[in-house]
Design a protein around this ligand. Structure first.
Ligand SMILES: [Zn+2]
Length: 240
């Protein structure tokens, strides 16, 4: 039957593996959230691009209505000009000039807006393509995450089965101490010793502690409290 060193070494390895797998499971929702944010950004870009074209078209319509009204007013004033004289004639002329300039500005603005609608409309298919691709990627991502999650959960269940098997090899009093530490420190409840140094806190253990470890006794680091085991080393040469 292996002593505590071999058992603790194996338990430490399994506990670390289980913690890594659990970490992977815990990161799943975060990765999903990041992916959802990416999709939402693409959907928003698509919505805004459509909105921009819609707003431009509304603005063009309003300018066209306003231009039509100005043309009607101009026609009226030009008719009045035929019958006017003196100061009234000059005032009408000034007003007509002013309105003509306003019409010209409106026409320029309408032309510019029409060109903008055309260019923005031309961009829509590409924006739509990107949004569609983002939706497809997202759907695939969700499937992948689910498949991976399933796989990791199976691996984790397997590691827990192995842990239970190995933990049964500990003596009852050792297992009680081990369980207490694992409950509070998880995979960090154990540490290997290289030379005379605890590999978790790098405190040097006493010679007596080292001897206890060599005699396969249960030893806890006096500094960090972890259960210690000697790091695996090549088998010592057989006695002659
Ligand atoms: Zn330590």
């Amino acid at each position: 039957m292996p002593g505590p060193a071999a058992i603790l070494r194996e338990l430490h390895r399994l506990r670390k593996h289980a913690a890594d797998l659990q970490g992977e499971l815990d990161r799943g929702p975060l990765r999903l959230k990041a992916q959802e944010a990416k999709l939402a950004k693409q959907e928003e870009a698509y919505r805004l691009a459509h909105e921009a074209v819609k707003h431009l078209k509304v603005a063009i319509h309003e300018k066209e209505v306003s231009l039509k009204a100005k043309h009607q007013l101009l026609a009226k004033r030009e008719k009045q000009l035929d019958e006017a004289s003196g100061k009234e004639y000059e005032a009408l002329q000034r007003e007509i000039q002013h309105e003509k300039e306003a019409c010209s500005r409106l026409e320029d603005e309408i032309l510019a807006a029409l060109a903008e609608v055309e260019s923005k409309t031309a961009q829509l298919p590409e924006i739509e393509r990107i949004a569609k691709k983002a939706r497809e990627e997202h759907a695939q991502f969700v499937l992948d995450v689910q498949a991976k999650r399933h796989q990791v959960m199976e691996m984790l269940a397997d590691v827990h089965r192995q842990l239970t098997e190995v933990e049964e090899k500990l003596a009852d009093d050792e297992r009680a101490a081990y369980n207490r530490l694992v409950a509070s420190m998880g995979a960090d409840a154990m540490a290997s010793v290289v030379g005379r140094s605890c590999q978790a806190c790098y405190t040097e253990i006493t010679v007596a502690m080292l001897q206890n470890l060599q005699q396969e006794r249960f030893v806890a680091c006096k500094s960090c409290g972890r259960l210690l085991y000697l790091a695996a080393s090549p088998s010592p040469p057989a006695d002659d």
